[in-house]
Write a protein that binds this ligand. Structure first.
Ligand code: PHE
Length: 342
């Protein structure tokens, strides 16, 4: 007994209506995708109806085939149309124009000061120095007294200091890390201490109330001024190349004896004279000297057995030279257009 054509056509009509309703209600591309599966996939509601073709009277088969094909086409078209509508609506909402060129993500970088700090550190690590740290808020004792600057010492005035209550202060140099290190370690000591320092300077092209130093300290038996000169020269060469010369000038610091200030030959003009070296051919870097025996007294090292050298390094100075910057204030402004050049 063949299946009645009319019943199948009724099924087709119902399915058509149902599919149209569902498709028009669909509010996402995922829902549409699911509907496509529900109706048109291998086991979908439309597909299975095709099996009925073989079950109706042979004379009705062409009619049924025609109806089924039309149903399939109409559902396919409806799905496509709804999908286009949704895409257009989505675009209107997000204002998304896929034809626009992409936006490059901005990648962060290190401030030139930090880059120089890292370079200085790795040079000294390569020469066997360890890295030590100390706090930016220091005691008067570590910053001055133990560095052979008692309360009445004029050098305390020289370094215009930010004093805090209770004999604390913002460290005016990294030298107090010498004291901390020697108090906590027995010789031999070979360390550098990079860090931020503070002085009451009015900002200008070469001064800033916050700045950075790298302290160096080496204490052992038989350490001499020649070792100090060798290490500073090796450092200068690693940083600026073979042609750079180092010069030591006699100077005074309460915590070193003898004391010196040292300069690098001007890396810009090769000592022909330029605005960076103010036509002297030399660039001041910082101070250095042999650790004063009085300092050893404060930290309990035997000055009869040990000698040592210490040096400071102005990091901003080095950054200026390295990157040919002529105003240290630019290092702190964090202007991206500027920083991106390094
Ligand atoms: N602390 C000194 C300064 O800030 C530099 C220095 C360090 C001098 C070590 C001698 C030895 O100017």
């Amino acid at each position: 007994m063949p299946v009645d054509l009319k019943n199948v056509l009724d099924d087709i009509a119902r399915l058509h209506q149902e599919a149209k309703d569902n498709i028009n209600r669909a509010d996402s591309l995922q829902t549409l995708q699911q509907l496509k599966i529900d109706y048109l996939a291998k086991k979908g509601k439309v597909t299975v109806l095709f099996a009925k073709i073989g079950q109706v009277d042979p004379k009705d088969r062409p009619t049924l085939g025609e109806h089924l094909n039309r149903l399939k086409t109409e559902i396919t078209d409806a799905l496509q149309q709804r999908s286009d509508e949704l895409a257009t609506a989505q675009m209107a909402i997000s204002d998304f124009d896929p034809s626009l060129p992409g936006r490059k993500p901005s990648v962060g970088g290190l401030n030139p000061l930090l880059q120089v700090m890292d370079e200085i550190k790795s040079i000294f690590i390569g020469m066997g120095f360890r890295i030590e740290e100390g706090p930016e808020i220091e005691t008067e004792y570590n910053n001055f007294v133990a560095l052979n600057m008692p309360e009445y010492h004029p050098a305390r005035d020289m370094q215009d200091t930010f004093y805090l209550p209770n004999k604390y202060l913002l460290r005016t140099h990294t030298s107090p890390v010498q004291i901390r290190t020697m108090e906590s370690q027995k010789p031999p000591v070979r360390m550098i201490a990079p860090g931020r320092c503070f002085r009451k300077d009015t900002p200008d092209a070469t001064h800033s109330p916050t700045f950075h130093q790298v302290e160096g300290l080496c204490v052992d038996k038989n350490v001499s001024f020649a070792d100090l000169k060798g290490v500073v020269q090796a450092f200068a060469t690693k940083l600026f190349g073979n042609q750079v010369k180092v010069r030591f000038r006699p100077s005074f610091f309460p915590f070193t004896e003898p004391s010196a200030e040292y300069d690098f030959s001007c890396v810009f003009c090769n000592q022909k004279g330029c605005r960076f070296c103010k036509n002297t051919g030399w660039l001041e870097i910082s101070g250095a000297g042999m650790v004063d025996p009085a300092v050893f007294g404060f930290v309990g090292y035997d000055p009869e057995v040990y000698t040592g050298y210490a040096f400071g390094l102005g990091v901003e100075r080095v950054a200026l030279l390295k990157y040919q910057i002529d105003d240290i204030r630019t290092l702190y402004e964090n202007d991206l257009r500027y920083l991106e050049q390094f």
